[in-house]
Design a protein around this ligand. Structure first.
Ligand code: ATP
Length: 442
């Protein structure tokens, strides 16, 4: 069967990710572990760069501070949050081919006829059974009910239960926000599409505490901020859209919600959720913990439970988006390029001596040493200059520096631009400033 384009594009991304060391299958030598991935040398840099941009975007402002809460929390947290009772997906199995589906993913006609969309057998689907997505585990040596706890399925709850601590020590007044980046775990029924949906992933969440009545204005504000963030990552705006949740798809905690969606090769899918969670979470934690979570507004001498506007993004999913969006087959020059925004590129410049002799490697190594304190660079003298640049184009490296015989005479080199292929000759001493300038202007 010919492969459709979606599979093709994803296959190409997965293959590039592996070839260049962005992402490897987890436990590969044991045959791999379904839906688990390891980030290689370039992948971890790209992921860190995205995380850093998000962190700076959130915390380099006076009204938001950071937090790093633990993954394991008191089990009552998950009762209060509603996850124990209702963080479930309805799951359906095919008795014939044993495929498993999320009921929400099946078309209504197939559900009606209980027909498996995979093997086609009619009447082979089971009834939907609710399956809780939280990973259960045990604290301490006793594997009994009293020791049950969960790997957090979202980072948000760590922020809610700490909100008073954070407000007090930071002397922040409503409106203010708390940002957190950390791992979350969901026992997804149908993980897939590479790093798009996995059972272990990293969330970048910011919870913004506002006065009730001001929530709608702040919701709109954060919608716009989050849209702009994806533009700063260099993502093509034509591939982005908002998808507002209608009254029937709103989560139990939300008054308003929108998803920032990207057009992946497998369709429009959520990148990030922006939610108006009202005072649902604080009310519940107050009730379950028996502790007052009221906020005292000094200026107006009033007490209230703040409303919360949440922005919740997935780091791995953002990285996949950035890679897909940057993937470019430059047929004119017969090369594959990751047109990553220079700020995100794992390596900023490659330094290549034209030949491995005549003193050129020494000059190139000196340049490497001079540039490295300013940004990540690599040195490459392996194979032809064309092949070296090809490798770096795929890795997304925006600048290439070639040291040639003229460099010995006049201490100049050529600086190559990954996207335009334009080459400029400039003094070695001007490299740092020029590359910094280009990165800033990008
Ligand atoms: P979906 O509908 O895709 O399952 P969700 O609505 O459950 O997502 P949220 O609970 O709003 O997602 O989580 C916020 C963000 O966390 C998502 O927009 C996504 O970027 C990321 N995320 C959620 N689940 C996963 C997962 N299984 N793998 C990778 N990222 C995820």
């Amino acid at each position: 069967m010919p492969k459709n384009n979606a599979t093709n594009t994803m296959d190409k991304i997965v293959s590039l990710a592996k070839r260049r060391g962005f992402v490897f299958q987890s436990s590969e030598i044991y045959g791999g572990l379904n839906s688990c991935w390891d980030y290689g040398p370039l992948g971890v840099e790209l992921k860190n760069n995205i995380e850093k941009m998000w962190w700076d975007e959130m915390t380099l402002r006076p009204d938001i501070v950071g937090l790093d809460a633990s993954i394991l929390m008191h089990p009552r947290v998950w009762e209060a949050s509603g996850h124990v009772a209702s963080f479930t997906d309805p799951m359906i199995d095919c008795k014939q081919c044993k495929m498993r589906f999320k009921a929400d993913d099946l078309p209504p006609d197939k559900l009606e006829a209980k027909q498996c969309p995979h093997c086609g057998t009619k009447g082979s689907l089971t009834d939907a059974r609710n399956f809780n997505l939280m990973f259960k585990t045990f604290m301490g040596p006793l594997e009994d009910d009293a020791a049950v706890t969960y790997l957090r399925p979202e980072t948000a709850q760590g922020i809610y239960v700490n909100y008073q601590n954070v407000a007090t020590v930071s002397r922040l007044k409503v409106p203010f926000g708390i940002a957190q980046v950390g791992k979350a775990f969901r026992n997804e029924i149908t993980p897939g599409n590479f790093i798009f949906r996995t059972r272990e992933f990293t969330q970048m969440e910011m919870q913004f505490f506002v006065k009730p009545g001001e929530d709608e204005t702040w919701f709109e504000y954060w919608k716009e901020q989050r849209w702009n963030f994806y533009l700063k990552l260099g993502i093509n705006p034509d591939k982005l859209r908002f998808s507002d949740h209608g009254p029937n798809d709103l989560a139990h905690y939300a008054k308003a919600a929108t998803d920032v969606e990207y057009e992946f090769p497998f369709g429009w899918k959520e990148l990030e959720g922006v939610h108006n969670r009202t005072d649902f979470d604080l009310t519940r934690h107050q009730e379950f913990s028996g502790k007052s979570l009221l906020y005292f507004d000094d200026a107006n001498k009033e007490r209230y439970l703040p409303y919360i506007i949440e922005t919740s993004a997935g780091l791995n999913r953002t990285m996949l988006t950035v890679m897909i969006d940057a993937y470019w087959e430059d047929t004119e020059h017969d090369r594959i390029v990751l047109k990553l925004h220079p700020r995100l590129a794992p390596v900023k410049a490659v330094i290549c001596p034209l030949v491995k002799k005549d003193g050129l490697p020494e000059i190139a190594h000196q340049i490497e040493d001079d540039l490295r304190p300013h940004f990540p660079v690599i040195y490459d003298q392996q194979s032809s200059i064309g092949k070296r640049y090809y490798r770096q184009d795929e890795a997304g490296t925006p600048y290439g520096i070639t040291v040639d015989h003229q460099s010995q005479e006049d201490k100049t080199v050529t600086l190559r631009d990954r996207d335009t292929l334009a080459q400029e000759r400039l003094p070695i001493t001007a490299l740092v400033d020029e590359i910094k300038k280009r990165m800033n202007d990008a």
